[in-house]
Write a protein that binds this ligand. Structure first.
Ligand code: NAD
Ligand code: UDP
Length: 328
């Protein structure tokens, strides 16, 4: 196994590459890495992200605009990385259902070739590798809540298959690099995350409902709204990602908030936070929309000492403040 730089290495010498770092979750991860003194190289093609998310960091980070599915060869990065890289965090991928449904081939490519390219950099630079995987690998789960040992119920040929199978392939490729090349790997299975920098027009449920409520437009519920999700605030998610990156945990870890809400309950929470009088409108339920989703976070608690801290109401307030500031 290649020698891995350890978490105790002096911070000023540590370099972390973040693919997808101009996106919602990635940009918060970059903030935290910079805050603690790491040198960060962000690689992003801004297909769903924006460099605006990192504008406040000025020249404190390196930016590389590139499609990681095409390559993340060391020559792409030029002389921007030193010989030793502490971590490669692979977050690049469309993540919102409307985004990946519009970009199915690109989504499969970034999960497959993009992941392989990021793993190659980790192998060549002796870095630890962190994959941002997803609860979506459990598909429409028949086991509830979902522990990491649950193998999932995914429809490979349905429209969501492009995202679910891309991430399942990405996990398989990650494990193949661990077994074949001894790369030190971490797999984070993120559950629905929201918060500042989740674009108003991203299309996911929290951004949709909150922006609709704030503009007093009808709130869109797909289907009857009895389907459930577990919503995590981005600061908690990123705290979990950092703990996992710095840990020696080489098995998948769920990062999510175990409190489960139906979409109807989410609407009530949005009403409470915004005081909106907006009505609801029921729209067609997308094909293969999972009926329930709730993480079992026993592994994250035990191995990382991690648990989410921000309640849904607090998180919605913080996110609503950010959305208001965008339009002010
Ligand atoms: P996002 O769309 O805001 O960010 C994804 C970033 O990846 C964007 O900046 C985009 O431009 C970039 N990207 C996409 N394809 C690329 C490519 N081929 N080359 C280079 N860059 C590319 O989404 P997000 O919510 O921040 O998600 C980040 C990661 O976390 C994704 O991998 C996603 O699958 C995973 N995840 C997120 C959630 C969530 O609820 N936010 C849940 C589960 C998993
Ligand atoms: N949803 C909804 N209204 C919206 C957007 C989504 O009711 O405006 C539902 C969607 O059908 C799903 C849940 O909210 O059941 C979460 O959707 P999202 O796209 O945020 O993430 P998913 O968990 O499906 O990837």
């Amino acid at each position: 196994m290649a020698e891995q730089p350890d978490a105790q290495q002096p911070l000023t010498e540590r370099v972390v590459i973040v693919t997808g770092g101009a996106g919602f979750v990635g940009s918060h991860l970059v903030d935290r890495l910079v805050e603690r003194g790491d040198r960060v190289v962000v690689v992003d093609n801004v297909v769903t992200g924006t460099w605006d998310n990192l504008a406040h960091l000025g020249d404190r980070i390196e930016r590389v605009e590139a499609d990681v599915s095409q390559g993340l060869a060391l020559d792409t990065l030029g002389d921007r990385t030193p010989d030793t890289v502490y971590g490669v965090c692979h977050l690049a991928s469309p993540a919102s259902p409307p985004a990946y449904l519009a970009l199915p081939v690109e989504t499969l490519m970034v999960g497959s070739e993009g992941t392989r390219h990021a793993l190659e950099v980790a192998r060549q630079r002796g870095a630890r590798f962190l994959l941002a995987s997803t609860s979506e690998i459990y598909g429409d789960p028949e086991v509830h809540p979902q522990p990491e040992t649950y193998l999932g119920n995914v429809n490979a040929i349905g429209p969501r298959g492009c995202y679910d199978e891309a991430k399942r392939f990405a996990e398989a490729m990650t494990m193949a690099y661990a077994r074949t090349h001894g790369v030190s790997v971490r797999i984070a299975r993120l559950f629905n995350t929201y918060g500042p920098r989740l674009r108003a027009e991203d299309g996911r449920v929290v951004s949709n409902l909150l922006t609709q409520a704030m503009e007093n437009r009808p709130m869109s519920i797909y289907g009857d709204g009895t389907q459930t999700r577990s919503f995590g605030y981005v600061d908690d998610t990123v705290d979990g990602l950092l703990r996992l990156l710095d840990s020696d945990v080489q098995m998948p870890v769920n990062l999510g908030t175990p409190t489960e809400f139906s979409i109807l309950e989410l609407v009530e929470a949005v009403r409470q936070v915004t005081g909106t009088t907006a009505e609801v409108v029921h729209l067609e339920l997308p094909t293969d929309d999972p009926t329930q989703r709730q993480p079992d976070i026993g592994r994250a608690k035990e191995l990382l000492g991690w648990k989410p801290e921000v309640t849904l109401i607090d998180g919605l307030h913080r996110y609503a403040d950010w959305l208001s500031a965008q339009t002010a």
